[in-house]
Ligand binder design. Structure first.
Ligand SMILES: [Fe+2]
Length: 293
């Protein structure tokens, strides 16, 4: 049986692990799958290098972890090779918009966000385009018990169009006001409320489920009242000690758990093309603290 002696190398104290000695073109042996799944639960995001995958092979890997989403969420991304689950995430050399260039979890503005994202690098700039990750349990565990108890009573509303507002998201500063106006129309009402503290269904660890840009306000609070606390949570969430940073190579693949980490696509390769293939996977969502009690 192949792929039975994988190596797992953590990237930092809390976040990310690189997995080697595995050929993802092959169907995963059950033991290998279990070890990969445990690494994902332990570290929130896992990385593979030097893989040579077709879109169908990437999809077969993703499907070991749950149902791959075809069109569960509104998206303007194209399916690859006629496979709707494999989305092309491309930034052309002349594009000003850098997709995901701010700390976020994928699709948190939906009531049932994607659980896993599986991103495979096909074409990369000569330098730059790294992705950073930060573990939501590390952020939770850094808070004082009294503060956690307060946050456990709060929920937050995540708003899709905030990502396109230069006033809210510095990464959108290159976008025109017309682009934001269009985004407001296109994504009107696309928002969802989530508890600020919740329990991960597989690791049983608590997480700080907070998105610095998408979060508009704590429910029942005004935005003005919410901003100081949101600024503080952003600082805790993105402490350098809570993060890892992945430098992509062609053939690298990352898989992360949107219930366990936030991520940030660095915008430092203007003038170059970057092409990735992304699959998202469904799964059981976080458990609110009130339901777990
Ligand atoms: Fe993302």
């Amino acid at each position: 049986m192949q792929n039975t002696a994988i190596t797992i190398r953590p990237m930092s104290a809390f976040t990310g692990a690189e997995i080697s000695n595995v050929d993802l073109r092959q169907p995963l042996a059950e033991q290998t799958y279990l070890e990969i799944r445990k690494a994902l639960n332990d570290w929130g995001v896992i990385f593979f290098r030097s893989q040579d995958l077709t879109p169908a092979q990437q999809l077969a890997f993703a499907r070991r972890f749950g149902k791959a989403e075809a069109d569960a969420h509104v998206s303007n991304m194209q399916g690859v090779d006629g496979i709707p689950e494999v989305k092309e995430v491309v930034r052309e050399a002349d594009h000003v918009r850098n997709i995901g260039g701010f700390w976020h979890m994928d699709q948190s503005f939906h009531p049932n966000p994607s659980c896993f994202s599986v991103l495979y690098a096909r074409e990369l700039p000569p330098v730059g385009g790294d992705t950073s990750f930060a573990h939501l349990s590390a952020a939770h565990d850094a808070l004082s018990p009294g503060f956690r108890a307060t946050l456990e009573r709060l929920s937050c509303t995540h708003v899709r169009s905030h990502a396109d507002s230069a006033a809210i998201n510095p990464a959108a500063s290159a976008l025109s006001h017309e682009y934001y106006t269009e985004s407001l129309k296109k994504f009107a009402g696309m928002e969802a409320s989530h508890p600020v503290i919740a329990t991960h269904p597989e690791s049983s660890r608590k997480v700080l489920y907070f998105s610095p840009i998408y979060c508009d306000r704590f429910d029942g609070w005004t935005r003005e009242e919410s901003l100081p606390l949101m600024t503080h949570l952003t600082k805790v969430m993105t402490e350098p000690e809570h993060t890892c940073r992945f430098r992509w190579e062609e053939g690298s693949m990352a898989m992360w758990d949107n219930r366990a980490v936030v991520h940030y696509a660095l915008d430092d390769y203007a003038g170059h093309r970057r092409l990735m293939h992304r699959i998202t996977v469904e799964g059981p969502w976080l458990t609110p603290c009130s339901a777990a009690a």
